[in-house]
Ligand binder design. Sequence first.
Ligand SMILES: *Cc1c(COP(=O)(O)O)cnc(C)c1O
Length: 407
Amino acid sequence: MHKPTHIQGVALEVLAKEFGTPLYLYDGEKIVQQIQALQTAFAAVPLRIKYATKALSSLSVLSLIRNAGAELDAVSLEEVKLGLLAGSTAAEIIYTPSGVSFAEIQEAVQIGVMVNVDSLPLLEKFGQTYGSTVPVCIRINPHILAGGNLKISTGHKDSKFGISIEQLPQILELVQQYQISVVGLHLHTGSDIYDAAVFLKGGNVLFEAAMQFPDLRFLDFGGGFKVAYSSEDKATDIPELGRIVSAAFQEFCKTYGRQLELWIEPGKFLVSEAGYLLVQATVVKETPTLNFVGVDSGLNHLIRPMMYDAYHDIYNLSNREGATENYTVVGYICETDTLASQRQLHTVKEGDVLVIQNAGAYGFTMSSNYNARLRPAEVLLWKGKAHLIRKREEFEDLIRNQELIQW
Ligand SMILES: *Cc1c(COP(=O)(O)O)cnc(C)c1O
């Protein structure tokens, strides 16, 4: 993979010095390019990109994404509110919660976002409460196993998400009974799906179900487009995906009798490759079996390697030449905390800055204060300028909501 020393003409070494490590760094131009790649690939259909906010929800990133023409998919009311604060309108946001209280649903309706209904009991309550007055989307579980990892697969038959396609008769019964205004059907089969045929398989499930709903305005194919995490790794062929899915969609619209909108919900695809986590080597420690590099970060900042066995490329920014050695890069958390196992890196010494790639998606948003560690700062590069969009946490942040009772 490309291991940049500079992004938008700015030296990463300089940023590491100026803002300190650990540091989350985002290439705003890369994010915009990814949006444009989707807009180009799906130019033949009326497309709406609903960025999956949970991948990276920092306000300035949400604002940038909106400026580039994308809207939002939110999975919590807090994400909805972040989106609104960053400049999105309620009408641009689809709210796709999983098993939340009806009070949350009512607040979402009050705010004016489109609710994506995830269960039959919720559909029934929605019908009882709103009848035909509030348009709604229904999340279908198509019973498709997709993606590389069951933990990130959401559309298989045993997944908690959506209403099973086998329960379509019950859905139709409730829709009929309460005159519910169903304007969209949705599916999201999981993450890391590179094969366009899988999206089409999901699409075909939606197309067939859609014939039962005469008032549709859109079909939402969800996200899950795969990006490459290493040179050998596969990525979704976006132009091919656009071609295949658009053609099938236009064909369906003819059968349906009306032109609908095609919605997609990329998370990882927009922000993964744009993100870099800069960390500093604090110790180089040889054991009889392994050569460890300890860094000033860990699973509290990037949990994907430990949680999903995710592979993230890593390189030594401070030493770009000469001999390489085999290192296992570990975090400072008092758990097994491996960021990168047995990688060839140019010789690492204490103080070197290492760069972890593909850190934009599910990096900062999944970070925690475990071990009472502080979260890193975030910097967004835009037009050759580095903007601090979130300052590093301080000790004060750890105790802010606590009440100390000294017994
Ligand atoms: C997480 C999520 C996405 C985005 O998934 P990616 O793999 O990041 O593209 C899209 N839609 C819904 C409903 C999600 O929960």
